[in-house]
Design a protein around this ligand. Sequence first.
Ligand code: ZN
Ligand code: FE
Length: 243
Amino acid sequence: MKIFHIPAFTDNYIWAIQKDNHITVIDPGDSGVVIEVLKNNNLTLMDILITHHHYDHTGGITTLREMMEGKVYGPDNKSIEGIDVTLKETDLLTTLGYDFRCIETPGHTLDHISYYSELQNVLFCGDTLFSAGCGRLFEGTYSQMYKSLSKLSGLPDETSVYCTHEYTLSNLKFAQDQIEDIDIRNEIEDLIKKIEDGGISLPSTILKEKKINLFLGYKVPNDLQSLCPEDQFRELRIRKDSF
Ligand code: ZN
Ligand code: FE
């Protein structure tokens, strides 16, 4: 499966799946950058997949709808204009011949869903799971987000993880502040080199996140070890909010 990123705003990635001369985009917050890619590469827009209602993920829908061949998939939220097909837990969709399953991942927002292809080992997780971090809780509870992240970390280790924001380095710096860990330290060094060479931090994998993402609970700071996993998560999220 060919997947590439279209940078948008300051730190958003609009992910594009390509099959021959068609692409499907995930969370097109900005139509302009997508249209440019379509024109410059003679591509046609097939479908749009939406993870949640925030404008930096949905702002391009109405313009792009006019030029697409397929459908707009997204959560069941009437406040999002232009959704053709709403999805809930375990619903399937096929785009460009690839099957994706909807995983409900509330927490960042209540409507948040993620898209998982078991066959291709690919996860589009919007603002739920970031590399070395997770989304802020704007609407959901700590418990909801904890469960959502548990669902995602339960996917196979080799799953490629496509998040919507480039927050990795600042997330890693928070992690380093919380725990003394060789994987986190190495990841910071590697990523700084990668960025200097013009690269980006994504995609990650579930296996990598288990090693560097404290919010998944596989590594726990010393002072949180007496708490239950869900309380560890809550405490970390609160600390990160004010880091
Ligand atoms: Zn968001
Ligand atoms: Fe966002």
